[in-house]
Design a protein around this ligand. Sequence first.
Ligand code: DGL
Length: 285
Amino acid sequence: MKTGETSSECPIGVFDSGYGGLSVLREIQRLLPQYDYLYLGDNARAPYGTRSFDIVYKFTLEAVKYMFDKGCRLVILACNTASAKALRSIQQNDLPRIDPTRRVLGVIRPTVEKVGEITRTGHVGLVGTPGTVKSRSYDMEIEKLYPDLHLYSQACPMWVPLVEYKEFDSPGADYFVKQELDRLMGRRSDIDTLILGCTHYPLLYDKIVKYVPEGVSVVSQGRITAESLADYLRRHPEIESRCSKGGHTTYMTTESPEQFADLASVFLSREIEAEHADITSRPTC
Ligand code: DGL
């Protein structure tokens, strides 16, 4: 797949506050290499995880509108915080007004669907940003889909900065990962499934696996989201037929493109080029 291309006609949009969504994009590209993609990281305003509901909604809506202007007819919020705090309002209030034929999807529902198939004890752990945990979005999805499951949530405010500052391999990362997982497992010892409810966390995967008890399934969202997107495109030919298929990906960031490309290559395990996105100075839809 070529990278750093100029924007394609109708790419599938993948959005995150920063780098985390790249862990989802990577799996989507693997499973569905034929489509064009536009990745947008709002690095200039990340992290979102500690921001208020209204601000996350405002930033996410700006990003979605920007991606629509770039030709996306379908945008995946590859960010739990944005999915938790902005997705429903955008779907219910903004899309009908902006363009009812376009779609915005999130990562929480497909993750919960999968987790219900994995757990045997019925006790599921969630690690996420303070914003995701406080929103109770996972609790609400679980109550809807699997009312018999019990969810234990742990906010991990230090984990995203550890990734954003490339400290995910450091002894400091060991300290903070162990601390939060001990807190979580201390509340219920038969948790058998752990949701990585933040798209940054796959970079901490090795440390997370090291500190959870043996036998706990650690669920990251890349593959799950990719499979869910493939299924969605199969069920919605009216959307699928409008997605351009050139196998190109454009990477955009609201911060410095050079800085973005540097850490993005760690997430993607290959070099990329990025462009700057000025998402706040666009005409409003
Ligand atoms: N990657 C985002 C998520 O999945 C969180 C990063 C942030 O706090 O901005 O929630």
